[in-house]
Design a protein around this ligand. Structure first.
Ligand SMILES: Nc1ncnc2c1ncn2[C@@H]1O[C@H](COP(=O)(O)OP(=O)(O)OP(=O)(O)O)[C@@H](O)[C@H]1O
Ligand SMILES: [Mg+2]
Length: 266
């Protein structure tokens, strides 16, 4: 008898937890030579279904670490992570990989494209790895069109600009139609028109398809597309606020800069 999609790879969901993304008191330390960096200090963070959240904060504040912990790429030293009610810590690395492939679309800060594969082959990879090659054709063309990669589909990453590589990485994250999209600075290498195009696409995925999206960004012009902005500092969530309270980008950017430019108390 065929097993259902997830029963062979993940424990059953924990009842009563309805958040697509729930990070509960996660901590993570890294050893750097003789010193220890506390990248996450008991961070609790949740995202509702169909919500678009932006994570901001200075370089080194823990944004990527939080995203990687939420994606099950980095195991926290303490606390727990639940995706769609399923606790990741109970799974083996292989189980997490299979689970992530089906639930989460990930855009890495450093793209992580496979150099020997063309743009199209890189985009198709998550479906191939999941034995869903029959879906590639129907899903590839709309993504290629939407991300403006038509003339670049047969090029390898070293023949693509940084912005083109970034768009390939975004297409690769979206091709599985994931319920949760976690993107680390997805517009960092894009010009403002392409950057806004990506933001519009992410917003549509949220509003029309109830996808859950978390974007790490340094840019207020990107964060303003989110419903909520979470600001990190020194491995903790400093504050969070809805974007709807601002009339324009200028006001939002000024508020954010006021927050991050307050010197630490110590
Ligand atoms: N693999 C690692 N090994 C050692 N230290 C790490 C590692 N990953 C992150 N760190 C440290 O943890 C802290 C948080 O890093 P993180 O990458 O989460 O920051 P960030 O907010 O994403 O920064 P940026 O905006 O520059 O991308 C930093 O001090 C960083 O040096
Ligand atoms: Mg980062």
């Amino acid at each position: 008898m065929p097993t259902s999609i997830l029963t062979d790879s993940a424990p059953p969901p924990v009842s009563g937890t309805t958040f697509p993304v729930l990070v509960d008191a996660a901590s993570k330390r890294f050893q750097q030579g003789s010193s220890t960096v506390e990248a996450l200090r008991s961070v609790s963070f949740s995202v509702e279904s169909g919500e678009f959240v932006a994570i901001m904060g200075a370089s080194g504040s823990g944004k990527s670490t939080l995203l990687h912990v939420a994606a099950g790429l980095t195991r926290p030293d303490g606390g727990r992570v639940l995706i769609d009610g399923t606790e990741l810590s109970a799974m083996s690395d292989g189980q997490i990989t299979r689970f992530r492939r089906r639930k989460i679309g990930l855009v890495f800060q450093a793209f992580n494209l496979i150099p020997s594969l063309t743009a199209e082959e890189n985009i198709a990879l998550p479906l191939l790895a999941d034995g869903q090659s029959a879906r590639i054709e129907a899903r590839m063309q709309p993504l290629i069109d939407r991300l403006g990669l038509g003339s670049r589909r047969h090029h390898r990453p070293d023949a693509l600009s940084g912005g083109e590589q970034q768009r390939v990485a975004i297409a690769r994250a979206l091709i599985t139609n994931p319920a949760v999209i976690l993107a680390d600075e997805p517009t960092g290498s894009l010009d403002s028109i392409n950057g806004q195009n990506i933001c519009r696409l992410l917003q549509e995925l949220c509003e029309e398809q109830q996808r859950t999206i978390v974007v790490v960004t340094h840019e207020p012009a990107v964060a303003r597309w989110a419903k909520r902005i979470v600001v990190m500092k020194d491995g903790q969530i400093l504050t969070q606020f809805p974007t709807a309270q601002f009339c324009n980008l200028h006001e939002l950017a000024a508020h954010y800069h006021d927050i991050v430019n307050v010197p630490s108390a110590s």
